[in-house]
Design a protein around this ligand. Structure first.
Ligand SMILES: C[S@@+](CC[C@H](N)C(=O)[O-])C[C@H]1O[C@@H](n2cnc3c(N)ncnc32)[C@H](O)[C@@H]1O
Length: 421
């Protein structure tokens, strides 16, 4: 690696791939990809070939002008019809290029120097088809990753050597994925130690009127989410006298809405000692129908299932847990806790959750939404989605005093799930 000739050659190869991608030159790119990775990065801009192929479609860029024949950005003399015909061809070239890169293992969520993934650039430039290709690439990659996560050697490889080979390939894929900077997480952008569940549960919380933050000012729960909580409560408990289970009390917003429906029983699982203390101070233990289970849902739920507890509605909204935890909850626990035959409406029990994975950027939110819908279906749920507009949180100063902005999309997709059939 310290050989200067080797370094120059590698650099040239990288620049050639980036150029071929920016020019949407399929023949050259295919040729170059025979011996090189689709995941090279420009040391200055951080562009990967995917970034380059998409950014080249920005009107007014050198690449776009050259591809469109407008040297020096001079658009004079080009008739409208010709112009849009060239634009269509340019976009078709970009689509083919992006497809080829994905076929060759391009990573969907690498960040460039501006902190953008290729999908972020497509979204910013309003390039719908390219954006959808990035979302689909993300869904494929994340599904593969979750399957790899579940992979256990079955011991049916022909030899130990073969098993070691399989492990080696999987390790490589996991490492490639682990090195990505963009993850699908809930309310925590770039998880660090403070956002791991045991560390969060050991940290001291600060409560104010409009939010809860942890020791390092990660936003645990914020008042602007009230709209989602109110609507989820309405959909989950359409009538009075039902049985509800809520996982994660936080600011008690959704539990307050549940109480308004005078449920027959209202169980809450909460793990954080500071939240539990607040609950006592606010008199939650004395409210009608309330049963508080102190501890992590992972430790409490098995006991509820053993006792045969059933609910008409379940809501799940924890903090500092990965998507894996939510998936485990709806694949393994909801089936044992939700009554499939509730009430006079005969609709069966309903399950809802805070849908905030990947919401620190639009492309991750869209990838995650597709994955969660597939996983819910696989687990036996039909999901109805409602779209709720979100005001400009920056303008309203919502992030003041919060370490990281965990919400970017201007719309919230609210899920309500029921058993299929
Ligand atoms: C985002 S808040 C919930 C907000 C709530 N939906 C509301 O309307 O205010 C998340 C809550 O889950 C709790 N929590 C985190 N991990 C948990 C776990 N493993 N088991 C139970 N509760 C947990 C946190 O302490 C916190 O109170």
């Amino acid at each position: 690696m310290n050989d200067p000739a080797f370094a120059i050659e590698t650099d040239l190869q990288t620049q050639s791939i980036l150029l071929a991608a920016a020019n949407h030159d399929i023949a050259a790119l295919r040729n170059l990809l025979r011996n090189s990775s689709a995941n090279v990065q420009d040391p200055e801009t951080g562009f990967t070939p995917l970034h380059a192929a998409i950014a080249a479609c920005e009107p007014g860029t050198e690449e776009a002008n050259r591809v469109n024949g407008h040297e020096n950005g001079d658009r004079n003399g080009v008739r409208e019809g010709e112009d849009s015909e060239e634009r269509t061809q340019e976009l078709e070239g970009a689509v083919k290029t992006v497809r080829l890169l994905f076929e060759n293992g391009a990573i969907w969520n690498d960040l460039d120097g501006n902190g953008e993934t290729p999908g972020c650039i497509a979204h910013r430039l309003g390039l719908k088809e390219l954006y959808e290709l990035c979302v689909d690439g993300g869904v494929r990659a994340e599904l593969l990753l979750s399957r790899l996560d579940e992979y256990q050697p079955l011991g049916d490889a022909d030899s130990d050597e073969e098993e070691e080979d399989i492990e080696e390939v999987l390790k490589g894929t996991r490492e490639t994925q682990d090195s990505q900077e963009v993850h699908l997480d809930d309310r925590e952008l770039h998880p660090d130690d403070s956002t791991r569940n045991p560390n969060y549960l050991a940290s001291t919380l600060t409560f104010d009127r409009n939010k809860i933050v942890d020791e390092t000012t990660n936003g645990v729960m914020m008042g602007w989410e009230t709209t989602f909580m109110r609507r989820s409560a309405e959909l989950l408990l359409p009538t009075t006298g039902l049985r509800v289970l809520n996982i994660g009390h936080g600011m008690g917003i959704i539990d307050g809405f549940f109480q308004e429906k005078t449920p027959k029983s209202h169980h809450i699982i909460e793990a954080h000692p500071d939240v539990l203390k607040q609950m006592k101070e606010k008199g939650w233990h004395d409210k009608p129908g309330i049963v508080i289970h102190e501890g992590r849902w992972q430790d409490i739920v098995p006991g509820l299932m053993e006792r045969g507890e059933l609910y008409d509605a379940i809501y799940f909204d924890t903090f500092a847990e990965e998507y894996k935890a939510l998936r485990e909850f709806f694949t393994e626990c909801v089936i044992g806790l939700l009554d499939p035959s509730r009430g006079a409406d005969g609709e069966g029990g309903k399950f809802g959750f805070f849908n905030g994975m990947g919401a620190d950027r639009q492309v991750c939110y869209d990838v995650y939404n597709k994955i969660v819908e597939m996983d819910l279906f696989e687990a036996g749920f039909d999901t109805e989605w409602e779209t709720i507009p979100i005001p400009d949180l920056d303008a309203e100063g919502e992030w003041d005093g919060v370490k990281r902005k965990y919400w970017v999309p201007d719309k919230y997709k609210l899920p309500t799930c029921s058993f299929i059939g």
